[in-house]
Design a protein around this ligand. Structure first.
Ligand SMILES: [Zn+2]
Length: 197
């Protein structure tokens, strides 16, 4: 039976080919009770892990839809939002700690909404650099702000488990727009808040 979701992720195809990876690629006895259901489990896990693939503009718009009027002119700051992603080069996990700040221009966003956007973006195999840039671009596009800034710390398991095997290395990326680009003191304020809180 065909099991597809509305995003076109085809768990049957994933299951079929993962069974082949185990069986013919890794020569694992797939009749072993530990492995017999594994291809199905992997396919279901992929469906969840990659749920942000092919997201629609509509979904993004809906998350940003509700705006709360405010005169606040300081930085709204959300620190260390933890999300998981997969690297596009090795298909191995990445743990991200994302800190975001923005200055509302008349309206603010519900606190959980930024988390939802970041979670959606993370559920795709994408470069950390691109992921970071997209966060501030989406805030700029869908909200009225004086500027947005974002810093992402990534722990890439493809660097920890294989290759250079660096266990404690993390990759830091950042992106900014509006006042955070034009006024270095605002950018500084953001990084100070990350350090001090
Ligand atoms: Zn990688």
């Amino acid at each position: 039976m065909e099991e597809k979701d509305n995003k076109g992720i085809d768990v049957n195809v994933i299951e079929k080919h993962f069974r082949e990876i185990l069986d013919k690629g890794l020569k694992i006895d797939i009749k072993d009770p530990n492995f017999i259901e594994t291809p199905k489990r992997v396919a279901r896990a992929y469906k969840e892990i990659f749920a942000g693939l092919n997201h629609t503009e509509e979904e993004i718009k809906n998350i940003f839809k509700k705006c709360f009027p405010t005169n606040y002119k300081g930085i709204v700051f959300e620190k260390k939002i933890t999300v998981f992603s997969m690297c596009p080069h090795h298909f191995l996990p990445i743990r991200y700690d994302v800190s975001v700040g923005y200055i509302p221009d008349g309206c603010g966003l519900g606190l959980s909404k930024l988390v939802r956007i970041i979670e959606l973006l993370a559920k795709r195999p994408e470069l950390q650099e691109t992921f970071t840039q997209e966060i501030v671009e989406l805030i700029e596009k869908h909200m009225h702000t004086l500027g947005a800034i974002c810093m992402v710390k990534g722990e890439h398991y493809c660097m920890q488990m294989r290759g250079v095997k660096q266990k404690d290395v993390s990759t830091i990326t950042s992106a900014a727009n509006g006042v955070f680009l034009n006024k270095p003191e605002m950018e500084l304020k953001f990084y100070e808040s990350i350090r001090s809180s």
